[in-house]
Design a protein around this ligand. Structure first.
Ligand SMILES: [Zn+2]
Length: 390
C-alpha cells in the first residue's frame, strides 16, 4: 500500500442535481454561494430514517436554496428495507433520485458510519459505492470490543474504501479517534479518545480521504454529559488538527459528529405536552436531563473548518415533541396522514432552523423567506410561520 491513494474523480456525472458530499462541503468551506464568495458556512448532514424525513429535508432545502446532505446509518437503511439494508438503500435512493430530478438545489447522499470490518457491513458499503454519492468508512472502532482500532488496520480498511470509491467519483469520510456515546445500534462506545495529531498526518496521507471526522470531545446521542453540565470540546486540538490537514491538502474538510444541539423551545414544548398527558411513563425528567452541545462551540468549529455537522438527535426530539402535541390536540383523529403531516411539518421546521444556524442557505438560489424572520415554534403551523417570514 505504498502507492499514492487515488484522487477523487470529479468528472463523474451523477443523476440530475445530485453531487458528492465533498463538493457541497468544499463550497461551504470556501464560503461559495451563487457566484459570490463570502463567509464560511457548514452543511448539516441530516440522518434520515423514513420517507417523511426525506420529504421534510427536501422541502427545507428548496425553501432556502440550501446544499442538501442526506445521511443514512446502517439501521436507517434496515428500516427502509424492512430489515434488509441493501434493499432499503435501493428504495431510498430511487426515491431521492426522483425527488432531486425536479429539485432547485443540489443534493448528496452519504452512508454514515459505514463499517468495512464485518461481512455484513461490507455488503452495505459496497452497495453504497454503487448507489450513493458519498460514503463514510468508519473503521476507527473495533465493533466487537467497542475499543479503538489499531491505526494500521484503520488505514488499511479506509484505504480499501477509497480505492473503490474515489475512482468512481464518491467522496469518502474517514474517522480517527474513538467517539463515545450511542447513536444507534451500530455505533456505540463507552470510551472516547482524542485524535492524535501524528496519527492524523499519516492517516490522511495514506488513505487519501478528503473528509475526516476527528474526535475532539463531541459525543453521540441525547445525553452528551451529566444533566446541567456543559459539553467541553478540545478547541485547541481541533485547530492543530485542521492546520495539519490544510498543510497536506486544503480541500480536506472536517466533520463534526455528535454535533447535535438542543432546541430549548422543543424541550419546553415536549415537557408541556407530557404534563398535559399526566407524564404516564416518567418521560418528563428524561427530557429535562437531555444534554446537547452548545451551539457557540459548534459555530467556532464551523469557522475553523468543520463544514459538515452531523445533526440527528434534535430532529428526532422535534419529531417526538410534535407527535406528543398532536396526540394532546386530537387523540381521536383517525387519520394516519394527519399525524404524518404534523410530524413532517415539525421536522421541516427543525431542518430549516438548523440550515439557517449553519449558514447553509442562498447557495443555489435566494431563500423564499427572510431567514432572520423565521421563528421555530411547534405550537404554530408551518404554513403560518413561513407566511410570516415572507
Ligand atoms: Zn456519528
Amino acid at each position: 500500500m505504498t502507492k499514492t491513494p487515488p484522487k477523487l474523480n470529479t468528472d463523474r456525472i451523477f443523476p440530475d442535481n445530485m453531487t458528492t458530499a465533498h463538493a457541497l462541503i468544499l463550497k461551504a468551506k470556501n464560503g461559495e454561494k451563487g457566484n459570490t464568495t463570502g463567509k464560511r458556512y457548514a452543511v448539516p448532514a441530516f440522518n434520515v430514517t423514513t420517507f417523511q424525513g426525506i420529504n421534510a429535508a427536501f422541502k427545507a432545502f428548496e425553501l432556502l436554496g440550501s446544499s442538501g446532505l442526506l445521511a443514512f446509518s446502517n439501521s436507517a437503511l434496515k428500516h427502509f428495507g424492512s430489515g434488509d439494508p441493501v434493499f432499503g438503500l435501493d428504495v431510498a435512493v430511487d426515491y431521492i433520485i426522483k425527488k432531486a430530478k425536479n429539485s432547485s438545489v443540489k443534493v448528496a447522499t452519504h452512508l454514515d458510519h459505514g463499517d468495512y470490518v464485518t461481512d455484513k457491513g461490507r455488503k452495505v458499503v459496497q452497495a453504497a459505492v454503487q448507489r450513493l454519492t458519498s460514503v463514510m468508512a468508519d473503521n476507527s472502532t473495533d465493533k466487537s470490543t467497542g475499543l479503538g482500532m489499531p491505526l494500521e488496520k484503520n488505514i488499511e480498511f479506509t484505504r480499501e474504501v477509497v480505492d473503490m470509491a474515489h475512482p468512481v467519483g464518491l467522496s469518502v469520510e474517514g474517522e480517527l479517534g474513538v467517539l463515545a456515546g450511542v447513536e444507534d445500534e451500530d455505533t456505540q462506545s463507552e470510551f472516547s479518545t482524542y485524535t492524535n495529531p501524528e496519527e492524523l498526518d499519516r492517516f490522511l496521507k495514506e488513505t487519501g480521504v478528503l473528509m475526516l471526522a476527528p474526535t475532539i470531545g463531541t459525543k453521540h446521542g441525547p445525553n452528551k454529559g451529566k444533566p446541567g453540565d456543559k459539553v467541553k470540546l478540545n478547541i485547541p486540538l481541533a485547530h492543530k488538527l485542521l492546520s495539519i490537514a490544510n498543510e497536506i491538502n486544503d480541500e480536506i474538510v472536517f466533520v463534526a459528529h455528535g454535533a447535535s444541539t438542543l432546541y430549548p423551545n422543543v424541550v419546553e414544548y415536549a415537557v408541556s405536552q407530557i404534563e398535559k398527558l399526566g407524564d404516564p411513563s416518567g418521560a418528563k425528567q428524561k427530557w429535562l436531563d437531555f444534554v446537547g452541545t452548545d451551539w457557540d462551540q459548534i459555530q467556532g468549529l464551523i469557522e475553523a473548518g468543520f463544514c459538515k455537522i452531523n445533526t440527528d438527535t434534535e430532529n428526532r426530539q422535534t419529531y417526538l415533541a410534535s407527535l406528543l402535541g398532536a396526540i394532546c390536540t386530537n387523540s381521536a383523529k383517525i387519520d394516519i396522514r394527519w399525524y404524518d403531516n404534523v410530524t413532517t411539518d415539525a421536522l421541516t421546521q427543525s431542518y430549516i432552523q438548523k440550515l439557517i444556524m449553519a449558514g447553509d442557505y442562498g447557495v443555489w438560489h435566494e431563500p423564499a423567506i427572510q431567514v432572520e424572520k423565521f421563528k421555530f415554534d411547534l405550537s404554530r403551523s408551518l404554513a403560518d410561520l413561513l407566511e410570516e417570514a415572507k
